[in-house]
Design a protein around this ligand. Structure first.
Ligand SMILES: [Zn+2]
Length: 346
């Protein structure tokens, strides 16, 4: 399925159908439904009785196979960690070999990779090398392209430089600034817009969200990200953390370390970064972007903080963000960050 705000992109893309580009780069903000769009597009390209507007019929053999995740002319390439989330239908090809170490307790010690690895891209070569099973296109969805590691990106580039006949790549990215420029230039670029606040709010309300406006603000206007926030099991802790940040000089850094230590470091740093963004937005533009419901606390904190210290602290947080995927003692990281935050207020 596609989302209501994607209808225009869908219709305009169908005009390419007669001369479909061998690689299409769908890019735009995270959380606006690009992956769902790409999968629906793939289904439409593979459908053997598509409607006039390119919609898949939903009834032919190809559509059925696609739904069951076993269309022989379709591949989706995602990082292992994401494949686990998307379910077994996501990536059946190019799975890295099982190398899970056993730490003696029977628990797997290896965490699932967040990168797209070269083995996964190489497996596409085998897929591209054989002919189409159904006599139509073969379609590859690659998501998110910024997860390609260096070796995988170079392997993909080679494939795009000599595109195999009849194979269509749908490359999806929220961060084209992180892609190899040579990959970007090999693709037909297709920017996907963030829906209007009105459309996004209407959709989110129809999904049962009771505070659609606040959720959307926090998600930077991206509706799927907002829906994920609504179902976020960590929302209570998030609100608790925001209250700590709102306390400014009275933020209890040790309580933060204690209370948040079980949470992933990137998640908490994300909250902190959005709060810092809003402090600056409040100070310079007079209104926050992510947490409008906390505007009075933000205004108070922005008025009390030392701007030089703020710039230094932002650099510290950015540095921490860069090492966030490395194993760290979360409790110490949080204590240090929240102590640093408290110092902004003299
Ligand atoms: Zn069909």
């Amino acid at each position: 399925m596609i989302y209501p705000w994607q209808a225009d992109d869908w219709n305009r893309l169908q005009q390419l159908r007669a001369h479909w580009p061998h690689a299409l780069l769908l890019h735009g903000q995270a959380g606006i439904g690009k992956l769902d769009f790409a999968r629906h597009l793939a289904k439409g390209l593979l459908c053997e009785a598509p409607q006039a507007n390119g919609e898949p019929c939903g009834a032919c053999a190809a559509c059925n196979w696609f739904e069951q995740g076993n269309h022989p002319d379709y591949r989706i390439v995602v990082p292992e960690a994401l494949a686990a989330e998307l379910g077994a239908t996501a990536a059946d090809e190019g799975k890295p070999e099982k190398d899970d170490a056993d730490d003696g307790s029977g628990k797997k010690t290896r965490t699932l990779s967040k990168e797209i690895k070269i083995e996964q891209v190489r497996a596409l070569l085998d897929f591209s090398g054989i002919g189409s099973h159904r006599g139509g296109m073969r379609v590859v969805v690659l998501y998110p392209a910024e997860a390609l590691n260096v070796a995988a990106a170079n392997a993909l580039l080679k494939t795009l430089e000599e595109p195999p006949a009849g194979v269509v790549f749908l490359v999806v990215s929220a961060r084209i600034d992180r892609l190899l420029p040579t990959i970007v230039s090999r693709c037909r670029q297709w920017p996907m817009g963030t829906p209007s606040a009105q459309d996004a709010t209407a959709w989110l309300k129809a999904q049962g969200a009771d505070d659609a406006e606040a959720l959307l603000a926090e998600a930077g206007g991206a509706p799927l990200a907002a829906r994920a926030l609504a179902h976020d099991e960590n929302r209570t802790l998030r609100d608790w953390t925001l209250a700590q940040l709102a306390a400014g000089a009275r933020c209890d850094a040790f309580a933060c370390g204690e209370t948040l230590q079980k949470l992933p470091v990137p998640l908490v740093i994300g909250w902190l970064q959005r709060w810092l963004y809003d402090l600056l937005a409040q100070r310079t533009a007079g209104r926050p972007r992510y947490f409008p419901q906390a505007s009075s606390a933000l205004a108070r904190c922005a008025g009390e903080m030392n701007t030089d210290a703020f710039a230094r602290f932002q650099r510290t947080v950015t540095r921490q963000r860069r090492v966030e995927n490395h194993p760290l003692n979360a409790r110490l990281v949080f204590e240090e960050l929240f102590l640093g935050y408290r110092e902004l207020f003299g």
